[in-house]
Design a protein around this ligand. Sequence first.
Ligand SMILES: [Zn+2]
Length: 426
Amino acid sequence: MTDDRAILQAVAARRDDLVALTQDLIRIPTLNPPGLNYREICVFLDARLAARGFTTELIRATGAIADSDVHPRWNLLARFDGAGPGPCVHFNSHHDVVEPGHGWTVDPFGGAVKDGRIYGRGACDMKGGLAASIIAAEAFIDTHPGFTGAIEISATADEESGGYGGVAYLAERGYFDPDRVQHVIIPEPLNKDRICLGHRGVWWAEIETHGRIAHGSMPFLGDCAVRHMGAVLEEMEATLFPLLASKRTEMPVVPEGAKQSTLNINAIHGGAPEPDPDYTGLPAPCVPDRCRITIDRRFLIEEDITDVKSEIAAMMERVRARRPGFTYEIRDLFEVQPTMTDREAPVVRSTAAAIERVLARQADFVVSPGTYDQKHIDRIGRLKNCIAYGPGILDLAHQPDEWVGIDDMLDSAKVMALVLEDLLTG
Ligand SMILES: [Zn+2]
């Protein structure tokens, strides 16, 4: 490796700037839902990056899911072209955060600094990572004014709700095409020594069992959809869950429990709807004519989504074979293919070498149990050279008193700066 002391020092010298930038970002409450202050945070980042020579573009995802005049889905894309042609390294962060929830001991949008940590909603997921990538890029540009290629930084909307008004929208318009962008790093909070190569697949579906309404005092005149669903759940316990537990993956998924196929029942509804909290009356006696569950099936790179769906269909058929009058429907809601970047991909090798240089230990390779915006870059953008790498502890995401460590951010920024040096200087 070349003498990288200059760039490491350039990052270290920006510590105060990194803290202040992270605080500024936390103080813009970009709550999703409903999608607040998206334009404000994009304008803020635009001002910062334009002042440092980036060409910037504010892009509204007009017509995307959830985009409206009241809550427009704004994205920022900033690009810095080097002195000559070469590859483009793109840092993509989502700028939206989830609701604070209860249990905070500090102001969730105050950006308080205490004992080497910055607190706030989004501190680790993922405004700390966004700030680290900006500091890394600025430090690199200052120390290597003659670099070749380009650096892009994007701050995108709606990752927390699927990314359709953010990365998916940009990918559909060619922003992540392999002839435009060659390397992508998503600074999600996976820890400063871990490289996340991808994620498991997802299939969400609704299963509905049917019945016939009748008076609750004479259930034999109707047909109870909830009892039919009970039979489905019984069959799941007896055959499906053991089957899923037996399917293990070679993907390095963390935590350990997610190294197999999993299924969650997200919700169950049957019979009379839940009354309003202020309703004080009694329920009416009816035999439920419908019962519905939402399933969340996470699948492995070794599995095919067609098989995943047939497994459920076969289970439903087993129930039907032994229950007179049993009818049902399965409705697809959402699906994402699993993805895993090759360990030998250039951005992976470069980041692993940088982690070793900065932290004096080997990088860990992991795969996420759930999806994130890599899905759109992979599927719509068709770009395979993509990882998630950034500071912060994933378990703190979406929790009260979320924080990010300042030293961790600084170390991650050093790693990102070294990656830029490796990929963009001869
Ligand atoms: Zn995130």
